[in-house]
Every structure is written in structure tokens, then in C-alpha cells.
Write a protein that binds this ligand. Structure first.
Ligand code: C5P
Length: 289
């Protein structure tokens, strides 16, 4: 960051996938304690922020960005209105954290435009209030996420892999999926430990996603898509991201994934071939103007 703050910023807000997702328990406050290994990937929205009071109608989806701007602005007496435009590429309500990533990007962009120097604690407090997945995006890269989502431990970047992101086009509500979750899906964090063990061998594997059965109940077409990709790749190379409905196929390289991408593009509504995005990139692609 330079001494003078810019008048406008363009930033990329990357999507995430869950390499594992353990649900440990339901809490008194209705949320669930989780353990999840998350990874930022190369699918991204692009958001342009500038000083201005144009209130473009971004629809309900983007209220998290407005709330992020408001929350950070409330910390200074010299706040000026910030406007933004967004090029949306991450499907909404898809388990890829698009809205949360946009929100974390808006926290950082507002801080930068207003030349504030928030502490990590201040940023984290704002992020956790706005959504369980938002804190992860302040860190990005490969990270272990615990608690409701607010405890984020940065990990060494995972080995790079290609991920085929597949979505049948039906939005899935995270709240609905958690409400259908049976206690039999709870675990002690074994799926995430499996992923962490693989990292120690410099390998990347999928652990189980505890939300899979509940997501399949919420979204009729999801079971078919999961089964189809499992048959093509083998069950250990397929996982649901977050609460769904994005199904992720794991490949050693982009070249390995291309034939499967071509095949599935024929009839799956959203197909995107992504690669891992390291923390150095996910946390720092800020262009002035
Ligand atoms: O925090 P966020 O708004 O993303 O959560 C959406 C819904 O998902 C919550 O209202 C809650 O029902 C559920 N949830 C949960 N436990 C979490 C995260 C989300 O039960 N750790």
C-alpha cells in the first residue's frame, strides 16, 4: 500500500471450494460448529469501487457488499460514499462463497479507499457479523476454518490441482440445508484431518462433506449430478462444495480435466475449470482505477 490512497480500485473476489466439511455439533445459537479445509480457486467476480453516491440497483444479492461498505465507513468520521459495479461470474447460492468473497473484498476496498488502517481484529469482527464464510476470504489461499467460520488458520498453500466446478443451476439455501442436517452426519473432524494428513505427504485429497445428504434432500437434481461425476472420475475425486449445489471434480492437471469438461458441457448448465489460487494472489490483486 502506498502513502496516498487511490480514488478507485478494481479487485477480484475469488470463489472457494471446501476440500472437507465436518459438522461437529449444533450450537445453542442455532449455528453449527464446523471444521473445514477451504481453498480459493480461480473463478472470480470483478468489482470496481470508486468514490461516488450512485446507487445502482444491484439486486438483493449484493446487499452484503453495501453492508460491508457501511460497516467499515462507520469506523471513521471522514467517510465518503462509495459506489461499485460488479462483473458477476461466481454463481449465487452455489456453495462457492461468491457473496461472502464479494463482501470480504468490499471490506478491504473500503478500508483502502478511505486510507484506514484496521486491525486484524476489527476486520474479523466486521466479517463475522456479515456471514460465516466471510472471515475465510480475508485470509484466502488454503486455510483451516473452525467454529461458526470465524476461526481461520492460514495453511501453507496446498499442492496445485485443477477443479472442475459443475452446477445444475438450482440455487441452494445454506439455511435450508443446515435445517435438514441429521445428527448422524456429525463427526469429530475426521474428514478434515484426512485432508491435512494428505498435505503432509504433499498430496491433495477430498475429505467428506457432511452436508452432502442434506443438500441432496434440498436439491432434487444434485444426487444425479454427483453420481454421474462419481462414475466418470471415481468417488474419491468428487465432492460437494459447501452446502451445494456445486459439485467439484478433482484432477491432477488442467489437461486431464479438459476431456471431462467437454463431455459435461453438453448438458450441465454451469461448467468451469478452475485451478487453486494461492494466498499471495487471492489476498492481493488490487489495481488502482
Ligand atoms: O452465516 P450465514 O448467513 O452464511 O449462514 C446462513 C445459515 O446457515 C445460518 O442462518 C444457519 O442456519 C446456517 N449455518 C449454520 N452453521 C454455520 C454456518 C451457517 O448453521 N456454521
Amino acid at each position: 500500500m502506498t502513502g496516498t490512497s487511490p480514488n478507485a480500485i478494481t479487485a477480484k473476489a475469488y470463489a472457494k471450494i471446501n476440500l472437507s466439511l465436518d459438522v461437529l455439533r449444533r450450537r445453542e445459537d442455532g449455528f453449527h460448529d464446523l471444521t473445514s479445509v477451504m481453498q480459493t480457486v480461480s473463478l472470480a467476480d470483478t468489482i470496481h469501487f470508486w468514490f461516488g453516491d450512485e446507487r445502482a440497483d444491484h439486486g438483493e444479492d449484493y446487499s452484503l457488499i453495501d453492508r460491508a461498505i457501511e460497516s467499515v465507513s462507520a469506523l471513521t468520521r471522514n467517510a465518503k460514499p462509495i459506489a461499485y459495479s460488479i462483473q458477476k461470474r461466481i454463481p449465487s447460492a452455489a456453495g462457492l462463497g461468491g457473496g461472502s468473497s464479494d463482501c470480504a473484498t468490499a471490506i478491504r476496498a473500503t478500508e483502502r479507499l478511505m486510507a484506514l488502517n484496521l486491525s486484524d481484529e476489527q476486520r474479523l469482527e466486521i466479517a463475522s457479523e456479515l456471514g460465516s464464510d466471510v472471515p475465510f476470504f480475508l485470509t484466502g489461499g488454503t486455510a483451516l476454518v473452525e467454529g461458526r467460520g470465524e476461526r481461520v488458520t492460514a495453511l501453507r498453500d496446498a499442492p496445485e490441482r485443477a477443479f472442475l466446478l459443475l452446477n445444475g443451476g438450482m440455487p441452494v439455501s445454506t439455511g435450508d440445508v443446515f435445517s435438514k442436517l441429521e445428527p448422524s452426519a456429525y463427526s469429530d473432524g475426521a474428514a478434515s484431518r484426512r485432508v491435512l494428513d494428505a498435505f503432509r505427504r504433499d498430496d491433495l485429497v477430498f475429505g467428506h462433506n457432511a452436508l452432502t445428504a442434506a443438500a441432496m434432500q434440498t436439491c432434487d437434481s444434485l444426487g444425479c449430478l454427483l453420481e454421474r461425476v462419481s462414475l466418470l472420475l471415481g468417488p474419491t475425486r468428487v465432492a460437494l462444495s459447501g452446502s451445494g449445489g456445486t459439485v467439484v471434480g478433482l484432477f491432477d492437471s488442467v489437461a486431464d480435466a479438459l476431456p471431462v469438461k467437454t463431455e459435461l458441457e453438453k448438458d450441465v448448465p454451469f461448467v468451469h475449470l478452475a485451478v487453486s489460487v494461492p494466498r499471495s494472489v487471492s489476498g492481493g490483486q488490487w489495481e488502482p482505477g
